[in-house]
Design a protein around this ligand. Structure first.
Ligand code: NAD
Length: 416
């Protein structure tokens, strides 16, 4: 068991990396090269706030590994976004893109800010200034940002516009844009849809019928809200949902259409009247078949892992489990579907968007979802087979496939 109290999120992700590297028999030099980010940029992002003051934020772009293609990864706006977190998320992108076998390296960016307390005009100014501070690292064949926690298609439209002011019209410089500006249909639902594909395959393998299965989802943003919607369409019983304000629980199943309406009017799911209010901590401990963390990292840790009553944890968020929690749950026989597999749908449809931008074409929804399904299923099957063949966890199998592919390409390219 790993004692993780003082570990940063980057160190924690590297526990998973090191386990895979060990099993793959990579030598120390290769490990060190794959572990470390290739390039990191920290920038000051000063903006004038609406009341006329000047406020200076800190932004980052970390390019973790570019061996398999242009760097690719989201941009996070969050009060706790720091270099260690962005590094961790960038490395997860490297292993994820390799696992699902799309031609990208891994990157991540972010600004330490609280977008919930900022006006639209402040966010627009912040995004433009940040883009100009990092634009020399970006390029359609170099590094392509996308939305993540606290950012959305509007943020990407501002980034594309700011980049275009320097370089000319370049829709492929970001993905997750509005469809009207060259975004792909199906990108907004893609991460949730991919998670649901994985959940459905796993349910089938484990022998749990998705119809009527009890589901708990933490986080009701881009990923969580689509996951909930699609699971409800599949006939699952969503019994608990939360956002940063707290959650709601209804053992009989939550009416998702009513919940979506409520969220639109009140801005939160936590005060939905048809259920009991629960805290985020209580929500994670609800008895259910599938628990889907879809908010922030490290929510399941050594302090609460043993209290979980879910049969399967579906990691829609990035790094929701610490290695200590991972060990406790594996020991207890809980199935864990790992983040680099479960939430890859977003970057897969980003890849479709990027290719559509190259030839100024637009796929229809059926094609997007069909191709997404094929890639997710192929990756799931590969992970499941490796996990069974080597008697290792799904996470170990997923990391082994991802890390192994990057290590192979690094050698082929002759870096070492
Ligand atoms: P989002 O900003 O759209 O939504 C985040 C949700 O989490 C909101 O409902 C928010 O209220 C809730 N939340 C925030 N802090 C919380 C806390 N402390 N406790 C409980 N809930 C909290 O973000 P998103 O794009 O849905 O991303 C969610 C997760 O999924 C992140 O880990 C992100 O890295 C990961 N992810 C996102 C994508 C994507 O396409 N957007 C792709 C892959 C992975």
């Amino acid at each position: 068991m790993v004692g993780t109290k003082e570990m940063t999120v980057y160190e924690e992700v590297n526990v998973f990396f090191d386990r895979a590297a060990e099993r793959l028999g990579l030598d120390d030099g290769v490990r060190e090269m794959l572990r470390r980010p290739w390039r990191e940029l920290q920038v000051s992002v000063p903006i004038r706030t609406d009341d006329g003051a000047i406020k200076v934020y800190t932004g980052y772009r970390v390019q973790h590994n570019g061996a398999r293609g242009p760097y690719k990864g989201g941009v996070r706006y969050h009060p706790l976004a720091d270099l260690e977190e962005i590094r961790a998320l960038a490395s997860l992108m490297t292993w994820k893109n390799a696992l699902v076998d799309i031609p990208f390296g891994g990157a991540k960016g972010g600004i330490q800010c609280d977008p919930r307390t900022m006006s639209e005009t402040e966010l627009n100014r912040l995004t433009r200034r940040y883009t100009l501070q990092i634009e020399h690292l970006l390029g359609v064949n170099r590094d392509i940002p996308a939305p993540d926690l606290g950012t959305n298609s509007q943020t990407m439209a501002w980034m594309m516009d700011a980049y275009g002011q320097v370089h000319g019209y370049t829709p492929g410089i970001v993905t997750g844009k509005p469809v009207e500006l060259g975004g792909s249909v199906g990108r907004d639902s893609a991460t949730g849809r991919g998670a649901v594909y994985v959940l459905r395959e796993a349910a089938n393998d484990i022998g749990i019928s998705p119809a009527g299965a009890r589901i708990v989802v933490q986080g009701f943003g881009q990923v969580g809200s689509w996951t909930v919607r699609l699971l409800a369409d599949m006939g699952c019983k969503v019994i608990g949902v939360s956002d940063v304000e707290g959650g709601v629980y209804n053992s009989g199943g939550i009416d998702i259409d009513a919940l979506l309406q409520h969220k639109l009017s009140s801005g939160t799911v936590s005060d939905f009247p048809h259920g009991d209010r629960v805290t985020n901590e209580e929500l994670l401990e609800l008895e259910c078949e599938f628990l889907v963390p879809a908010a922030i990292d490290k929510v399941i840790h050594g302090g609460n892992a043993a209290k979980l009553k879910a049969k399967v944890v579906v990691e829609a968020a990035n790094h929701p489990l610490t290695p200590e929690a991972d060990d406790i749950l594996n020991e207890a026989g809980v199935s864990i579907l790992p983040d680099i597999l479960v939430n890859a749908g977003g970057v897969i449809v980003s890849y479709f968007e990027w290719t559509q931008n190259f030839y100024q074409h637009q796929w229809d929804m059926e094609r997007v979802n069909d191709e997404l399904g094929k890639i997710m299923t192929r990756a799931y099957v590969a992970v499941r087979e490796k996990s069974a063949a080597e008697r290792i966890t799904m996470r170990e199998a997923a990391f082994m496939i991802g890390v192994g592919r990057v290590a192979k390409v690094v050698k082929m390219r002759g870096f070492i």
